[in-house]
Design a binder for this molecule. Structure first.
Ligand code: GAR
Length: 203
């Protein structure tokens, strides 16, 4: 069985969308894939309790109890690797990762960012899109590289910015789309691996 580990910091609605998609589309039977664990840097992340209720292994590692970013990432890697991840999914994980963390998961690390990258990397994406007068906004699923909020784009969704939108209005509209594209991109990641191994087996 191939393992997905999901990192969250808050509500975990993208994580929940992936867990629901895995169940509804029978990833275990069809792709031999399961969500093995959900891990947070916040012990009180709402998504952790939800994942636990679903019978998924959870762990929390408070970044504030580590002396440095490197120490935290080293401990986090150890926790993640207990679940032997084939894919590590960042779903609202609000930490900047060290280069050694990114290198360790190279090729098996995905993120979702609430903007149409390469526009608006970083924080406050929705307000920045409104302030810039954008008529469209959206979300991007991308492979993670050591360059913050960059890396090969795997999926995007576009929504209109409507007159009078607050950042919250726009965030909610974008989030609905995130819940569609992220599970699809995760499934596509495993489908392409499956196709690749079939090609190799046929050689
Ligand atoms: C999502 O909008 C996600 O794109 C964003 O945080 C939210 C998490 O929501 N991620 C980032 O800003 C990463 N830089 P969720 O916890 O309900 O999935």
């Amino acid at each position: 069985m191939k393992n997905i580990v999901i990192l969250i910091s808050g509500a975990g609605s993208n994580m929940a969308a992936i867990v629901r998609a895995a169940r509804q589309a029978q990833w275990a039977q069809r792709l031999n894939v399961r969500v093995a664990a959900v891990i947070s840097n916040k012990t009180d992340a709402k998504g952790l309790a939800w994942a636990q209720d679903q019978g998924i292994a959870t762990a929390a590692l408070d970044h504030r109890s580590f002396a440095s970013r490197e120490d935290f990432d080293t401990a986090l890697m150890a926790e993640i690797d207990r679940f032997a991840p084939n894919l590590l999914v960042l779903a609202g994980f609000m930490r900047i990762l060290t280069p050694s963390f990114v290198a360790h998961y190279a090729g098996r690390l995905l993120n979702i960012h609430p903007s149409l990258l390469p526009a608006f990397p970083g924080l406050h994406t929705h307000q920045r899109a409104i302030d810039a007068g954008c008529q469209f906004a959206g979300a991007t699923v991308h492979q993670v590289t050591s360059d913050l909020d960059h890396g090969p784009i795997l999926a995007q969704a576009v929504v209109p910015v409507l007159p009078g939108d607050s950042a919250e209005d726009l965030a909610a509209r974008v989030l609905t789309q995130e819940h569609l594209i992220y599970p699809r991109a995760v499934a596509a990641f495993f489908n392409s691996q499956f196709a690749q191994s079939a090609v190799e087996a046929g050689r």
